[in-house]
Ligand binder design. Structure first.
Ligand code: FNR
Length: 384
């Protein structure tokens, strides 16, 4: 069985008159998600910082690169397996942490549905701190697929430690610390409707069930008091001085998310992190104009550490290009959320399988039988 066989399944179903119930392109996925989701959730998920130039540039940056077709390779079987920080994965695809994915399924337990899709596909989920269900409940649905916990580091160090301890106890295989979101970027779509889900009490389950958080707010705190306390401790403007403390929190692989400059990658490596996560948060945080993909080659040159990449990945072809530019694994963001919104676990599984199938078939057609063959030399930069 190869990932590309998903297309055979679809064509064979067609012989009995069954066509896919979920979209086959990102454009259609996005269009239907907008029709399906309540407008305040849609605005929060689809929106970005400023005029959303960076968010759009993240996706169009992939068009600047083309993959050379190589012939007489006979890539009849493709090896897509990869080792990330000692963890064996069947493919380089992951699911980026998305707070509020919990709100994107019909039953508002989208984190659990995402975990189920992870269990079904073997595509690891990076579970956000801002989940609707506690991280322990999400971990329980991951099956055999390794999971990662994404930490938004609160200013309360004891709470940070408690979250990490809980993630370890729940069986997560790595901690992803997100560095670019200690303060919320300027998001006109959400500002227009004064829409910030967490301030309305959504996606705070990991806090409200945490013993340290509960000790701070008191057992019977009113919802307003809970949100006010959360808002007060959520964002920690970390500096390099904090890295030794972060490192000391866990023996699990420590991955830092939001690194885009090669100097930062070098310094993080010196500070003992296990992997670098190149991302500009999908253009949601700063409208600086620099697509994350542009940063990837320099970061890859600066460090031997494994690299996770996200921001603007919309297809299997994008996955392959990011791998060739130096990523070890590549994370999907909005596309899987839209799949969940449209079709629950099935819709999400469809998006993951489609992405994997396209990447696998691209490697087959173009003659790249393994991930090791996907190097910068496989790409040509277009003059556009
Ligand atoms: C995010 N992202 C994010 N990142 C993170 O580290 N923790 C989080 O809780 C969230 N929450 C979140 C919510 C929503 C609605 C989105 C769209 C994104 C960022 C995410 O991990 C990833 O970096 C981006 O989604 C990548 O951009 P694209 O490919 O989705 O455009």
């Amino acid at each position: 069985m190869s990932y590309g066989d998903y297309q055979l399944e679809i064509y064979l179903n067609g012989l009995t008159g069954v066509v896919p119930s979920h979209p086959m392109t990102f454009a259609e996925l996005e269009r239907r998600a907008e029709q399906t989701l309540p407008s305040w959730i849609w605005s929060y998920v689809a929106g970005g910082a400023g005029d959303e130039h960076t968010q759009d540039a993240n996706a169009t940056a992939f068009q600047r690169w083309g993959l050379y077709p190589r012939m007489f390779v006979g890539a009849a079987e493709r090896d897509t397996s990869v080792n990330l920080c000692g963890i064996e994965l069947p493919s380089p695809l992951m699911m980026a942490p998305v707070g509020v994915v919990g709100l994107c399924s019909q039953d508002r337990h989208g984190d659990l549905a995402t975990a189920e899709a992870s269990a079904k596909t073997g595509v690891p989920m990076i579970v956000s701190t801002l989940s609707q269900d506690p991280l322990e409940d999400v971990a329980a649905r991951l099956g055999q697929t390794p999971g990662f916990f994404q930490l938004y580091t609160p200013t309360d160090r004891e709470l940070a430690e408690s979250l990490v301890r809980r993630a370890e106890a729940a069986g997560f295989k790595g901690i992803v610390v997100t560095l670019d979101t200690w303060i919320t970027g300027w998001r006109p779509r959400d500002l227009t409707t004064s829409n910030f889900p967490q301030l309305r009490g959504h996606c705070l389950a990991n806090y409200t069930c945490d013993p340290v958080f509960r000790k701070r707010v008191g057992e019977n705190a009113a919802p307003d008091a809970v949100v006010a306390h959360w808002a007060g401790i959520f964002g920690n403007p970390l500096t390099w001085n904090d890295l030794a403390w972060l490192r000391s929190l866990t023996d699990l692989p420590l991955i830092v998310k939001g690194i885009c400059h090669p100097d930062d990658a070098r310094r993080a490596a010196d500070g003992g992190v296990d992997a670098i996560y190149v991302s500009n948060h999908g253009g949601r945080q700063a409208n600086g104009g620099l697509p994350a993909l542009e940063c990837l080659p320099d970061v890859a040159s600066a460090t031997d550490l494994p690299i996770i990449f996200d921001s603007g990945v919309r297809s299997g072809s994008d996955v392959v290009k990011a791998l060739a530019l130096g990523a070890t694994t590549v994370a999907l963001g909005r596309p899987y959320v839209y799949g969940l919104a449209l079709g629950g676990v099935d819709g999400l599984v469809h998006v993951l399988r489609s992405t994997l199938a396209e990447a696998d078939l691209l490697m087959a057609v173009n003659g790249y039988p393994s991930l090791a063959d996907l190097t910068p030399a496989a790409l040509k930069e277009l003059r556009i």
